[in-house]
Structure formats: C-alpha cells, structure tokens
Design a protein around this ligand. Sequence first.
Ligand code: ZN
Ligand code: ZN
Ligand code: ZN
Length: 459
Amino acid sequence: MELIYFPEPGGRYPDDIRMDGVTYHVYSDYAALPETVSPGSVFVLSLADRDSAFRLLHALRQDPRTGLQPVFTTTAFGFPLDQVSDGRVESALDAYTRARAIVDRLGRLDESVFAPGASDQLRILGYLYSRPELHLVPQRLWSSEGFYSYPVLEAMLGTPQLVATRLLALCDRKLLRRGQLNDRVRHCPACDGAHLNFVDLCPNCRHLDIVQQPFLHCFTCGAVAPEERFVDQDGLRCPNCYASLRHIGTDYDRPLENFSCTSCGHTFIEPEVQARCMHCTTLTPPDRLTPRTVCTYELTDLGVQAAESGTMEDVFALLDTVNSVSPTYFLNLVNWLLALARRHNEERFTIIGLRLQNMVELNARLGQQPVLDMMDTLATRLRELVRSTDLSTRTGQQMFWLLLPKTGQAQHRIVLDRILALRNLLPDGGGIDFETVVFSAPEDMQPDATGKLLLARLE
Ligand SMILES: [Zn+2]
Ligand SMILES: [Zn+2]
Ligand SMILES: [Zn+2]
C-alpha cells in the first residue's frame, strides 16, 4: 500500500507512524503527482480549507488513474464533500485500517479500469465493486439541477447529465439494478430541467394577473359580475339591467365563477395550472411533464464480472456495429410487432438470440487483443448477414439479439444456419462459442407476452 499525503502548504507529514508494507509520499498538489500512480494508493488530504479540498478531491476522482482509490480528509467538510471522499480519518493508522478492504478489492480489478482512457461505465462499476457495502443513494440537493445528485459520480464524470446517461446505460446492460425507489421528479419536456414553478393562469389569454373575488348572478338579465360592481348605496343593484336585488335565491345567487382576469376581463371557475420551467421559461401543463424516478443503484452479479474482466465491455461493444439500437428501443419495437401480429394474422417476425458462452474464459486464456480480433470478425460477419431492416441489441454481457421483421419460420432457418456456421470461423475449437435461441411470431406467441417477458424467457 502507498500512502500519499497532501499537507497544508508548508506543512509536512507526521513521520512518527511507520507500518510494514506501507510506503509514504508527500505531494504539494494534484499536479505534482507522478505519471504512474499505483491502484494500491491511498490519499490523505490534510487540508483545512474547503475550497482547496474540493478542488483536489474532484481532480483525484476525475482522473481514471486516481479516481477509485480511497481518499480521506483530516477535516470533516459535511455534505456533499464527505461523500466524494471516503470520509474523515484521525491518523495515518486510521487511514491504513479503513483503506485496506478497498485496496484489496481494487487489486482484483482488471488494470484497464485505471487506464487514462477507461470508460465511464467501467469506472462506475469499479467504484462500486471496491466498496461492496455501498449502494448509490441519490442525495437531495436543492441547488442541483435535477434536485438529486450522486456526488461521487458527478465528481468522477463531471456533469449530472453524463451520470444520468451512464446509469441508464448500465441498467440497460444489466450491470446495475435499480434498488429502492426514493422519489419521482417531473422534468420540463423542452430542456429536461426540474426547477418548475406552478402558476395559475387565465384560461382565455394565459395572463398571470388573475384575481379571486365573490361573484353575483342577476336572475333578471343573467349578468354575472364581481360582487363589488353590484354594490349601490341602497344595497345591491345589477350593473347591467339596474334591477334591485333583494333576496338571494329569488333575485340573484352566487355563481360558480369566482376568478376574473385583469388583462382580458374573462371570468372563470378554475384557473389553468401550468408549470413554468425556471431554466428555459417553457410553459407545460402538469400532465405533459416528463416524470422520472429517482432511485438507489446496486451492482449486479454481471456488473461484478464486468468490473473484474475490465475492458471486456469493449469486446462486447464491437457487436454494437451490427445495426444496433438501445435495449429499450428494441423492446418497444418488439411490443409493437407483437401488437401487430395479434391484430393481423399474416404479420410475422423472428427474434434470434445469441448467448455468448466463453468470452471471459477466452479473455483470460488468450489475452485481450486476440479476443478483440475474434469479436471483430464475428461482428463483421453478422453485419454481412443482416438486412438493413434487421436490428440488434445487447442485454447483459452475453446476450446478443437480432430482430428480423417480416420474417417467418421458413426464412429465418436460412439466417440461423448462416449464424451457426459462424461458429466454425476459427479452427481447433479455439473460437467464440455461442448458443442460439429463436422466437417466431405468430407460431411461438403467448397471449400475455410483452417484449420484456419474451426476452427474459428466452434468455
Ligand atoms: Zn425547460
Ligand atoms: Zn341584471
Ligand atoms: Zn385573460
């Protein structure tokens, strides 16, 4: 283990604590760090100044070389800074003790996770992998654009938008799962902002300046107007027909309308409610806002495997060159095709799934480059096989799906045979091994099937 210490300007590391197997380094700042930093490093920031600590912590988390290692401070800074760090320590011994479990687990990660070009997704997996008891809990933060924030991920990736995109992609790939549901936030459909102000408006001219006041309804002429316009020195008199109004229920009553617009004079029962976006000023009716759930995220078993195998994700990502769409989009299309097939007897389509069996094992045996080459060949052949109207997606790390619209059982056999022939691409059984699963509509259709259920059953 390497203990890297950042003291106050002019301060120095207390050298009275020495532990076996621990080396010590002192650096004045992030910029002073050497080119290579060991994944087994532990950082201690002995800074009392919040701004300096903020800058250094964010610089360390953002850099793939240093982003996953334990970072401690000697001062407690409160939320959200203490969530970006791994907390406050009392001494070097304290840092050593608390860092050990994290450093052990970081040692099991593929080294590509720490490479300067490491992907955001891999780094998120690595962070959670090294802190297994930690779940990503959204933190309520009124000053954040989306009201909720994942401070450590924002420090690592830079922007909340990027964090949201990556979390969605990781869930799509089943590397993360959504845990507890914490909240539901509505967003502006124009700019995705969450800071909304709900305003009551005139339903006629949408002006903001409306007043609520008691109204009267004259039975003689039917006029409806604010009560103040009926008041006369002798009592109540209709401002329209000048009838004297003496008895409620006989001469007049109180109508449902009790709002009037000072701009256009319109009188109405209920104002129109609109949400004004405080970012882009767009007005949106509440039911047209985009609801989004805010939840806790946890690593799945597949996510654990992905973190351990490192850039394996890059290997699988080669398949994204085969007319690929996101899993969500793919499922929506399957739902639509299922609905079509239920309605029209002649409608048919086929889904072929490839379950890649031995990628992690191949990677361990042959190293990454040969596996990348094999996958590239497989992806190229698949691209030659599919028509421009066929689509593909990946779920998890091992399932690759092809959607063949307008393709019935008779025609899909040809495609399937060609896919199975790809298994013999590499001699000596040294290649990529996969199994196939097939679904054909309408033959295999079940009455309750949805795209999601269907893929889950096939997988
Ligand atoms: Zn907006
Ligand atoms: Zn009247
Ligand atoms: Zn108006």
